[in-house]
Design a protein around this ligand. Structure first.
Ligand code: SF4
Length: 504
């Protein structure tokens, strides 16, 4: 278990705190065994001798702060570092109906616009001025200040500037240390955002509330409201669509659950260790087996085991026959093509593993995956939270399992070799590669969509729909130009993956 330390301004990076890696090529079972230290193999990260692109931790911290309803965000750095932040204003607006936010307000996103001159003379004064101006212009209840590489390199004292401004303005000014070069694992940005929130916004509980359960998540559909109702509780969704008030008193909740353990690992641990909110010690509910375990653990945690059994029985009575009927349709489709259905998954760690479980449950063979990084164990140190281990245990191994931080050249190489019947993704920009190769590709950004018994049915129906409607991708394949050369497509996909420290 990692130890949360809120007395220091910056969170410890993920590769040191929980030994996360960004390079691996092999099988899912092998990865799980290595991560658990079994079979004599410790998990060793691999580096790439060639990298096409990487993500940045600032954008991960940004998505967890920009969507706080009554907050404002300042990127302290060159304006280019915040060039992707507008995406979260879009996300906030289009997903607001899923959370009952009727009139989504304009997002308050700013940049100190550090220039070359500022990198010589320092950016502290510019940051001080920006914080005052943002306060005057938007009157937020909190201002988050996100650091960038330039601000970190020149050594601006962001923490002191924020503390002084907080005293002057009387609202929390939260410094978040998320500059891209701090970590090779960009999800460190989530941890950095949560660290700042836990230090400056969350207060010690006044009381414990049995009727409130924290759901650490992105911006998916409100599934948990209906699920928690029989337990006499409601969800406190954090941090997208939360408010300063709901974050502050998340410390009073009866429990915290994760929609994606990769996302909320650090905040779940911080709420448990520093504020006494227990975290559900099992992976999120994807696939029937894990959904059963999830409801049972929730019942146990809340001391309401009988209600959990009742919910499981009622939901299974309603959904299992429908899921069986869907599986038969998929089977018929597969028989019409005289070969078993196969699929490939690309996504972030925990959610990618969840989609592999969904495939396992629907009887579709997962022939491989490109997962953006791997956390051997999350901050709570619970082996039961390891969604990939659950997937392997419940549905078997996944071959061609690559830990690949969105290197599209590797993805295209693998897809070209495996030619699966289906590509599943959660992130924009990934399915186009399947489509260009004529592979029906499904992108669903709502991470709650495939959760639970009902989610399995909904997601499975979308899979069937995607498989049955492949004319567009088949036509696209005929006309698409593949930018990768035959030379590269003939190489092994992991050609550039080397043990760290080895000569390339
Ligand atoms: S890696 Fe550094 S320079 Fe690049 S966007 Fe992120 S913070 Fe800015």
């Amino acid at each position: 278990m990692s130890k949360v330390n809120l007395s220091i301004p910056a969170v410890q990076i993920r590769e040191i705190r929980i030994n996360s890696i960004t390079g691996f090529s092999g099988g899912a079972k092998e990865l799980v065994s290595c991560a658990q230290g079994k079979e004599g193999c410790g998990l060793k990260d691999k580096a790439r001798a060639f990298t096409q692109c990487v993500g940045c931790a600032t954008s991960k911290a940004a998505c967890m702060t920009i969507l706080v309803q009554d907050g404002a965000v300042i990127s302290h750095g060159p304006v280019g570092c915040s060039s992707c932040y507008h995406e979260f204003a879009f996300t906030y607006r289009v997903n607001s109906p899923l959370r009952g936010v009727e009139k989504p307000t304009q997002r308050k996103i700013y940049s100190t616009n550090l220039t070359e001159k500022d990198t010589v003379y320092g950016g502290n004064a510019k940051l001080e001025k920006s914080i005052r101006e943002v306060y005057e212009r938007s009157k937020p209840n909190v201002i988050f200040v996100l650091t960038t590489c330039a601000a970190a390199i020149i050594g601006d004292d962001v923490e002191s500037v924020c503390d002084e401004a907080e005293e002057e303005l009387g609202i929390p000014i939260v410094a978040i240390f998320c500059e891209g070069f701090r970590s090779t694992v960009w999800t460190t940005g989530f941890d950095a955002g949560y660290h700042g929130i836990a230090r400056k916004l969350i207060k010690k509980p006044r009381k414990r509330r049995d009727d409130l359960i924290n759901v650490i998540n992105f911006w998916g559909t409100d599934m948990f409201g209906e699920w928690f109702a029989p337990f006499g509780a409601k969800p406190n969704y954090i941090t997208p669509y939360s408010t300063v008030d709901s974050l502050t008193w998340s410390s009073e909740a009866a429990a915290s659950v994760q929609a994606c353990s990769t996302l909320g690992s650090y905040l779940g641990a911080a709420l448990e260790q520093e504020f006494g909110v227990p975290e559900l010690p099992t992976a999120p509910p994807y696939g029937i087996a894990q959904t059963d375990r999830w409801f049972r653990e929730l019942g146990k945690l809340l001391g309401k085991e009988e209600i959990a059994e009742q919910v499981i029985a009622e939901k299974k009575a309603e959904y299992l026959p429908k899921i069986e009927a869907l599986k038969e349709k998929l089977q018929t489709f597969s028989e019409s093509r005289e070969k078993p259905l196969t699929a490939y998954v690309t996504g972030g760690a925990s959610h990618g593993h969840a989609l592999l479980s969904v495939l396992g449950e629907l009887g579709i063979e997962a022939v491989g995956a490109a997962i953006f990084h791997h956390d051997p164990l999350f901050d709570n140190g619970e082996p039961e939270n390891d969604q990939l281990a659950q997937r392997v245990k419940d549905y078997g191994d996944v071959p061609n399992f690559n830990v690949c931080n969105k290197q599209e050249f590797e993805l295209v190489n693998v897809l070209n070799r495996l030619r699966p019947d289906l590509l599943l993704a959660r992130h924009g920009g990934m399915t186009l590669w399947g489509a260009k190769l004529g592979i029906p590709s499904l992108l669903i950004g709502d991470e709650h969509y495939s959760m639970g018994y009902e989610g399995l049915l909904k997601y499975g129906e979308r899979i069937l729909e995607t498989l049955e409607n492949d004319e567009f991708v088949k036509n696209l394949e005929k006309h698409a130009i593949n930018p990768y050369s035959k030379w590269w497509l003939d190489q092994k996909p992991n050609t550039f993956l080397k043990q760290r420290g080895a000569k390339s």
